[in-house]
Design a protein around this ligand. Structure first.
Ligand SMILES: [Fe+2]
Ligand SMILES: [Fe+2]
Length: 162
């Protein structure tokens, strides 16, 4: 039971770290650079949640007396356009939902109910992330450049309030 759970938990850490690194690059560099404060704030909020996921997964590995492997599954990709960033996020979150549902089932079959519950809780968060990014994509598709302009204006408003 332990060995399989530790393997699934480490696999999840690798995926979370890929998302975390990529979202950090999105909000630190591309969004701020392109004057997209609302999208930047969204990527930052979700990146922080992915970091918490890494912590939760790592805590469980420690409890199971396994070794934590903190390597991301993929390198950061050079995606700079808004549509590409949202597409990356939507695909990643969708994949996470699929994987964590499978992992929860696998942990349940191995009688590791705590890891099962951990994965089920992650599914709840990843579904929420998916829907946040998906609704931004819908707005972008509906409003096009106006969506980008509104973000920029919002940034100026905040500057005015500072
Ligand atoms: Fe996550
Ligand atoms: Fe997520």
């Amino acid at each position: 039971m332990r060995k399989k759970s530790i393997e699934l938990l480490n696999k999840s850490i690798a995926e979370e770290m890929t998302a975390l690194n990529q979202y950090m690059v999105f909000f630190h560099f591309h969004c701020d650079d392109q004057d997209l404060p609302m999208l930047s704030a969204l990527f930052k909020k979700v990146a922080i949640e992915e970091m918490m996921h890494v912590e939760n997964l790592a805590d469980r590995i420690l409890f199971l007396k396994g070794d934590i492997i903190m390597d991301p599954s993929s390198k950061v990709q050079s995606i700079t356009d808004v549509k590409g960033m949202l597409k990356f996020a939507i695909n990643g979150e969708e994949e996470a939902v699929r994987d964590y549902n499978l992992f929860a089932n696998e942990c349940s079959a191995n009688a590791d109910s705590v890891s099962k519950t951990l994965f089920e809780n992650l599914v709840v968060d990843e579904e929420r992330h998916y829907s946040l990014f998906d609704s931004e994509m819908e707005k972008l598709e509906k409003f096009g450049n106006q969506y980008l302009a509104l973000q920029s204006i919002e940034g100026s408003k905040n500057l005015g309030q500072a």
